[in-house]
Design a protein. Structure first.
Lengths: 86, 304, 391
């Protein structure tokens, strides 16, 4: 980062900002009925869903804001939103 | 579900729009930008207009952009991109990167329209992407030229004498197409594979390209964050947000609406920005007017 | 070295050409047109290998060079008056992003009423923008300054844009003998532009990030600090230029017969030439008069001005601009030079030549006469009494 040269920032440095703390609801990826469609990963606005293997997806709670899109769009209702315990 | 044909793309360790950005939960614009970058890959240089996307991705010293990025002002994203493109040429670096300009609907169709028109007319090899969330969100949901008819915003409130926005949504894709450019497309965050295909196709074409992506804003539309995709899908299925491609002036491809057709109420009723239409019997007449807009789109683009 | 009898605009265009700009973008407006028309010809003829972008407005002209500069290109634009005002949002942005763009501000009055003639109200509106502003006295200097401008702007310790201000019509449209700069000479003087950071996928940085209350002030502090550092760089570059070309038109300031003067006129731009003639005339009559040219207006060379004028009894600041609601602009800054110093001369300010109003020998004589009167004053000189009801 260079503030002296007009606010130049480093690529991808927002990863330092752990937006998971925003969460009121938390997606639970049951990894039971998953058919591996990948929609949860594709639709996540935070880009924090990853594929572990073909029919197993997981979420990085460091960034997940708990919007619930993944649960809403899951092809096999395999993601559940629960209240975040804080 | 109509999109189950989607297959998971090749695994990436992370997206090119890095997490940690500060978009509201369920933000359609963040999703749209993530999808555009994912399709475009790393050999790009992107510009962006002032607006939500710029603000939630570039809070110094942090940035969510994993690709070279420049933000200058609200109305000059297209002109800055033109500068980047000619510089690459002048420096003999034109094979280094494709140039993508970005802006919100306000930065594109209102205050940035002149710079965009100039860029399109001069034939720069640039893909311009408008993230259309149908209002000035960054400044608190004011009306823009792309705000739909009868939509409530903070500067087009409903009241005794008002049903919200009096004007029809500006036909920005046609304006872009009228420049005689090779490629114009609309898309929606509800259909990510379509976005991917269109971005890839656009980047394979030399010359100016314009793409407008419908990007729900839970905050401004007063819709539930988890419904972002559902809302976007209904806009397309009702015909209110026609999805098409215009190649060299001709409509070449459209996404059909559902049969039987989905009434616009289905779309309107899940958004607070249209809630006033459901509160009195007279609102029905207004909803009918909106249905007519959808019907005209279906007719015009052959969406049935 | 040979001189060419040439129009000021063409001389400037040719100098910009030998600076090897990669990207030029501009929008036509009188009296800037001849500069950019000639540059577009040089590009069309392949004499200058640059991309010339015909934009749809000055806002976009400045935005194009902003984007190009951030991509690592050497860039140039030019405008005046209304175009300058339309550009101004981008001008602040260019400076804030530390992009070493070089531009010519052809000085012209601003509307309303619309008026295409010379004064310096346009560039004055960008006084606080973070651009280095240099004012040219004649066409030789205007031409030479452009080569110097790139060297100042691109200095890795500076990285600020530079604006060369030249009086519209008075300089741009006048034919004068000018020693033009050859390609070889320019290449020897000006190294290629190699910025430390630029837009490239090889190092994907974010330019133009949003900075909150936690850092914005520091960005201003850095520019202010750099402006101070640029004082030295501007004089060094003028000296380098002198060494290579044998011409010296001043560094931060220039003085003419100031050393023993009791009255000094202070001004910027082409009016200096007119004043010099009067100085010669009065000197012949035994009057101790001199003139100080402010060449670098931003950064403002307080110390150099004080050093040059500390012995002077009377100062008359003449300027082609006005801060409506305050009065003279330069005069205020000249006064501030003497604040807290042991001796303060009498300082009078004169606003003249607005909207192309003739500045004749009589005008300057009147300034000198007014200065001789007792109190410090600020005055419009050369008003048409008939138009203001004889008041
Ligand atoms: C010249 C100028 N006018 C107004 C603004 C204030 N402003 C900043 S962003 C914005 C709205 C952006 O709306 P849009 O382009 O639709 O993007 P969104 O935030 O909705 O994504 C406005 C009005 C500005 N930054 N610059
Ligand atoms: S809840 Fe939202 S943010 Fe969290 S993983 Fe699902 S889609 Fe992503
Ligand atoms: S959306 Fe559901 S079914 Fe599809 S990959 Fe994700 S968890 Fe599996
Ligand atoms: S206001 Fe709307 S567009 Fe802006 S970040 Fe929030 S959801 Fe996204
Ligand atoms: Mg918007």
């Amino acid at each position: 980062m260079r503030l002296d040269l007009g606010a130049i920032a480093k690529a991808g440095s927002s990863k330092a900002n752990q937006t998971g703390s925003w969460r009121n609801y938390k997606p639970i990826f049951h990894q039971v009925k998953c058919i591996g469609c990948g929609l949860c990963k594709i639709y996540c606005p935070e880009g924090c869903v990853t594929m572990i293997e073909k029919k197993k997806y997981t979420v990085d709670y460091t960034y997940c804001k708990g919007c619930g899109i993944c649960a809403e769009e899951c092809s096999s209702s395999d993601i559940e939103m629960i209240v975040e315990e804080k | 579900m109509s999109t189950t044909t989607l297959t998971a793309p090749k695994e990436q360790s992370c997206t090119l729009l890095a997490p940690g950005h500060t978009a509201c939960t369920g933000c359609g614009e963040a999703l749209a930008a993530k999808l555009v970058l994912g399709a475009a890959g790393t050999n790009i240089i992107v510009t962006d207009a002032t607006g939500c996307l710029e603000v939630f991705t570039t809070k110094f010293p942090q940035s969510s952009w994993e690709v070279p990025f420049i933000h200058s002002l609200f109305e000059n994203s297209a002109a800055v991109a033109a500068g980047v493109e000619v510089a690459l040429k002048a420096l003999g670096r034109q094979n280094e990167a494709k140039v993508i300009a970005q802006g919100g609907d306000g930065g594109t169709a209102d205050i940035g329209l002149q710079a965009l028109s100039g860029m399109l007319e001069r034939g720069h090899d640039i893909l311009y992407v408008c993230y259309d969330n149908e209002a000035y969100m960054n400044t608190g949901v004011q009306r823009s030229g792309l705000t739909p008819f009868d939509c409530m915003t903070t500067t087009s409130p409903c009241g005794e004498l008002s049903w919200g926005n009096k004007h029809n949504k500006k036909d920005m894709p046609s304006i872009a197409a009228a420049h005689g450019i090779p490629y114009v497309a609309t898309a929606s965050v509800a259909f990510p594979k379509d976005i991917e295909n269109k971005v890839k196709k656009a980047l394979s074409i030399t010359g100016p390209k314009y793409m407008q992506i419908h990007s729900p804003c839970p905050l401004g539309w007063r819709s539930k964050p988890q419904l972002t995709i559902q809302v976007a899908k209904l806009a397309v299925q009702t015909g209110l947000y026609p999805i098409f491609e215009i190649e060299n002036g001709k409509v070449t491809k459209v996404r059909k609406v559902t049969t039987p057709k989905t009434p616009v109420e289905e779309y309107l009723k899940i958004q607070g920005r249209f809630a006033h239409l459901f509160k009195s019997p007279k609102g029905k007449e207004e909803i009918q007017k909106i249905q007519e807009i959808a019907d005209r789109n279906i007719e015009k683009y052959g969406l049935a | 070295m040979s001189t060419t009898f040439i129009e000021g605009s063409i001389a400037v265009a040719k100098t910009v050409g030998v600076c090897r700009p990669h990207v030029i973008s501009a929008y036509p407006i009188t009296p800037q047109t001849h500069i950019v028309e000639h540059l577009s010809e040089l590009v069309a003829d392949g004499e200058v290998k640059a991309e010339y972008v015909n934009v749809e407005s000055e806002h976009s002209a400045a935005s194009v060079v902003l984007g190009s500069s951030a991509t690592g290109a050497r860039t140039y634009t030019a405008t005046t008056s209304q175009g300058f005002l339309l550009m101004i949002e981008v001008l602040f942005n260019i400076a804030g992003m530390r992009l070493p763009v070089v531009m010519t501000c052809v000085n012209r009055a601003v509307s309303a009423p619309i008026n295409i003639w010379n004064d310096q109200q346009d560039s004055m509106t960008a006084r606080d923008s973070g651009w280095i502003q240099l004012y040219a006295e004649d066409n030789q200097e205007a031409s030479d300054m452009h080569l110097q401008a790139f060297k100042i702007a691109e200095n890795k310790d500076i990285m600020l844009p530079v604006m060369i201000c030249m009086d519209g019509f008075v300089l741009t449209h006048s034919f004068d003998p000018v020693e033009l700069i050859s390609q070889e000479q320019a290449d020897k003087f000006l190294p290629p532009f190699k910025p430390e950071y630029y837009l490239t996928p090889k190092n994907p940085l974010t330019f133009g990030a949003m900075v909150g209350p936690d850092g914005y002030m520091e960005t201003r502090y850095f520019i202010e600090k750099t402006m101070h550092a640029s004082l030295q760089v501007i004089s060094n570059v003028a000296t380098d230029f002198h060494n290579q070309f044998g011409r010296f038109q001043g560094g931060l300031i220039d003085t003419y017969k100031v050393e023993d003067a009791s009255l000094v006129l202070v001004a910027m731009g082409s009016i200096i030439g007119t004043i010099k003639d009067i100085v010669d005339e009065l000197r012949a009559k035994g009057q101790k008069v001199g003139v100080l040219k402010v060449r670098s207006y931003r950064p403002f060379p307080k110390d150099e001005i004080y050093k040059a004028l500390s012995h002077v009894k009377e100062i008359a600041v003449v300027e082609k601009a006005v801060s409506l609601g305050y009065g003279g602009i330069l005069v205020n800054e000249i006064k501030s030079v003497f604040y807290g110093k042991p001796k303060t001369p009498k300082i009078n300010g004169f606003i003249l030549g607005l909207g192309g109003r003739d500045i004749t020998a009589d005008t300057i004589h009147q300034v000198i006469k007014e200065t001789a009167k007792a109190a410090s004053e600020e005055k419009f000189v050369g008003l048409n009494e008939a138009l203001i009801g004889g008041k």
